[in-house]
Ligand binder design. Structure first.
Ligand SMILES: [Zn+2]
Length: 156
């Protein structure tokens, strides 16, 4: 499962309330994270370390499961990073995706832009703080980790 190649040769420009310098910094952080994960994927065993209990006969199995889990998480992170870099390239970095078919939120508090503080914490973020809260509430009320679904209002 090779990560989607993202062109590294594009011009960074100001977009969606972010200054060019800020966008460039996010791009740098994303590329560094990507490099780190690539390094890790190249040398999986060294990154995993020892996680098994020597008294536990299933420790080898556990290590392997941990590795798979770790690798799956790393490829998921790679996808997130690549898609964030692609958004920078397309000039769409910092736009909230709350109203896209993936999340389908009609959040009237959504300003359409992701706050800088959120991007600083997580440059791969795709939702503004209002939509993040909305999604969390929705996930909790449905009781399961389900993908976003349209819901009819129950009020009244
Ligand atoms: Zn939003």
């Amino acid at each position: 499962m090779a990560p989607v190649p993202v062109s590294n040769s594009f011009e960074v420009r100001a977009q969606n309330g972010l200054r060019k310098r800020e966008v460039a910094r996010f791009l740098k952080v994303l590329k560094e994270k990507k490099e780190k994960i690539l390094d890790c994927l190249r040398q999986p065993m060294e990154c995993i370390g020892v996680h098994g209990d020597p008294n536990d006969h299933s420790s080898v199995q556990t290590d392997r499961e941990f590795e798979n889990c770790n690798r799956r998480r790393q490829s998921a992170q790679m996808r997130d990073i690549d898609s964030a870099i692609a958004r920078i390239s397309a000039g769409e970095f910092g736009i909230c995706h709350g109203d896209t078919p993936e999340f389908r939120m009609e959040n009237e508090d959504c300003t359409g832009l992701i706050e800088l503080s959120i991007l600083k914490t997580s440059p791969v973020a795709r939702l503004c703080s209002h939509c993040t809260r909305e999604l969390k509430e929705r996930t909790q009320s449905s009781g399961k980790r389900k993908p976003a679904e349209p819901q009819l209002p129950i009020d009244g």
